[in-house]
Design a protein around this ligand. Sequence first.
Ligand code: LLP
Length: 430
Amino acid sequence: MPKKVDTASARPFTYRDRLLHCDEADLTNLAAQHGTPLYVYSAQQITQRFQLFEQAFASRPHTICYAVKANSSLAILRLLAKQGAGFDIVSGGELERVRKAHKPALTKVVFSGVGKQLWEIDAALEANILLFNVESEAELDLLAARAEALGNVARFAFRVNPDVFAETHPYISTGLSEHKFGIDIKVARAIYRRAAKSKWLDPAGVSVHIGSQIRKVDPFAAALTRVTSLIADLRKDGHNIRYVDAGGGLGIDYGAGTFDPAKQVEKYAAALTKGLADEPAHLLLEPGRFIVAQAGALLTRVLYVKKNGSKTFVITDAAMNDLIRPALYHAHHEIIPIKQPTKSRRPDLQVDVVGPVCESGDFFARDRALPAVKPNDLVILLDAGAYGMSQTSNYNTRPRPAEVLVEGRSTKLIRRRETMRDLLAPELLD
Ligand code: LLP
């Protein structure tokens, strides 16, 4: 039996002597040392979340292919690779990240995405990745041609679209037939039959991914039930299906309430097990958010507090280019001060927390009750470890934040802050 994981709490950010810490690290010190905005991650929590998954699926053959897009920082990829993770990638760039972080993990890579380009397919074939998750017949034709040209057989799974509705934000729901993802599960059998005619294609699996930030686990079970019945048909047709890829998508609680990550993973594993029934194939999982979201947070400093009419705005040095989730999906991130407010303090103020970018969409919170803050105070946006840094941009010519990984008592700068020189380097005059 694997050792039971100590899940402690949902977040590694706690007050000690009235100052917020990430595990053992004092965030006030980190801000002084590295400046703000700053992403801070707990290595311990990333490892714990990964181990929760390992533990929940220990009874069947499986590989956890962490979705690189959630947080693609090399140090985090390396941390996970050392735990035995495989990786779910969606671009040639992410393939290079895996190569750089931990080369042996290349053989545990699954490659998803609707628009794979020739050079990306070639690079993945040459790296001998585990599985291509193919999303269209046209892509399969290109894969067959490139496999033949390079003399490497391509193991593939069709990503099927199970037409299952998963309640989440419309931008991150993917399992309905109206979405661009996958192929219609009803036509999959015929396409596998055609694919099997090429000796350069190995129909090795079936994959599915119905969306992200999914809190109820029933849709995962429903999707896998359909996939399992397709696999039974594919076996009847003589295909040697060895992998079933259940995708990612398990949600977290972005709210202030209590959340038990261990229970959530157990429920998820039970739902997948129900959907898979007796299916013996090797299970591939592609979790991203669940592994890294709550391990990370964005530390930022208050620049100004201003009133416009009846509204109060807290303007921080972080902006939508540093964390776009509130602007893009109206996502909620808890915001708390680094100095723990005292009991006798004044009541919370109703404020908008906004960044310096010149758009009204540049907000982190609207009409949020926050303890009073003043310029130079530090606040932190929680649960920003997933789709935070990986979705940053240089909009408004703002350098991207630095990133720090906390490992127990020690802290490590894993990405330095960008400089103006970095930003202007690719541009050409005359
Ligand atoms: N596998 C595939 C094929 C995916 O498309 C995704 C996410 C995952 C796995 C990982 O899903 P996760 O376990 O992280 O839910 N930027 C959005 C999320 C976009 C998710 C895209 N696909 C956000 O900030 O909420």
